[in-house]
Design a protein around this ligand. Structure first.
Ligand code: MN
Length: 289
């Protein structure tokens, strides 16, 4: 098998706030087109950041999403969400929320109340996964994925563990159901631990160094919080941890459809974007205080 060469290594450079609760670095689409990492159309990374205690939880108030999925991974801190269909819940440390906004939803995302009172170190990823045209019409749904339920694959030579969130690793399946083929793992390597990851060459593939540092493809040193994208020129990615490391690994089959996007709406055509904005303005996404 051929190595997937590195396309880019991105340092987290200029953060922006989403509401007042998420201090994020935008890593997808960054300065390139949303099609480049298809089906991954957006990735915001809140690297470790200390929030002071607050009786009023910080976050982002009611806002819509339509046409894709939001995948929220809480590494430190807790996030609470509520939506226009009356659903709500808490994403605790290590947990993942896979929300299919699909035909449209209104929701809000805040630091969980009790966590907010204490404050502390907060670290989170929000990844947006696009949907094929037909699935954009389906009803919204949630998957609350608990850390304790992830399949954890121990690696040979005590190198570490692969936690399979979605897709599969060496035949072990993740608990998330996805509309298109996607592999999503938390790769936990001990210092010196090595692993070769294999994905089809045409898949969009990237890694985010959540904790620690690693050498990628033998000679590229990737520090904490850096984001690595791979070319579609081979199947294998080699990882060697330079310290104990936690790496978010994503690889997905491109959907290959046209993308029209406007803020929280991602559709196939500008006409559909105009309809989504109209629907939102007319209150057809429901109601949320
Ligand atoms: Mn949202």
């Amino acid at each position: 098998m051929k190595t997937k060469n590195i396309l880019s290594v991105t340092k987290p450079e200029s953060p922006h706030m989403v509401g007042d609760g998420f201090r994020v670095f935008n890593l997808i689409p960054g300065d390139y087109s949303m099609k480049e990492m298809d089906p991954f159309i957006m990735l915001d990374y809140n690297s470790k950041y200390n929030f002071a205690p607050s009786l009023i939880p910080r976050g982002v108030g009611a806002h819509p999403h339509k046409g894709f999925e939001t995948v929220t991974i809480a590494y430190k801190g807790r996030v609470e969400h509520h939506d226009s269909s009356g659903n709500g819940g808490v994403i605790a440390e290590g947990d993942v929320q896979w929300m299919s906004a699909a035909s449209g939803i209104l929701h809000k995302e805040f630091h969980e109340k009790e966590w907010s009172k204490k404050g502390g170190e907060f670290q989170m990823v929000q990844l947006w996964v696009n949907l094929p045209a037909n699935d954009k019409k389906t009803a919204p749904k949630y998957q609350s994925l608990r850390h304790q339920d992830f399949f954890k694959v121990s690696l040979p030579n005590d190198a570490g563990v692969v936690e399979v969130i979605a897709g599969e690793f060496e035949g072990h399946k993740g608990i998330a159901s996805t509309f298109t083929p996607i592999h999503l793992y938390n790769l936990k390597l001990k210092k010196g631990g090595k692993l070769a990851l294999n994905f089809p060459s045409e898949y969009s593939t990237a890694l985010l160094m959540i904790e620690g540092s690693a050498k990628i493809n033998y000679d590229q040193v990737v520090p904490e919080d850096n984001f690595v994208r791979f070319k579609k020129d081979g199947e294998s990615v080699f990882v060697e941890a330079l310290s104990d490391a936690l790496i978010l690994v994503m690889s997905g089959k491109p959907i290959g459809e046209p993308i029209a996007s406007y803020g929280p709406f991602v559709m196939n055509t500008q006409q559909e974007i105009r309809e989504a904005i109209d629907d939102f303005n007319m209150g057809r996404f429901g109601y949320l205080e």
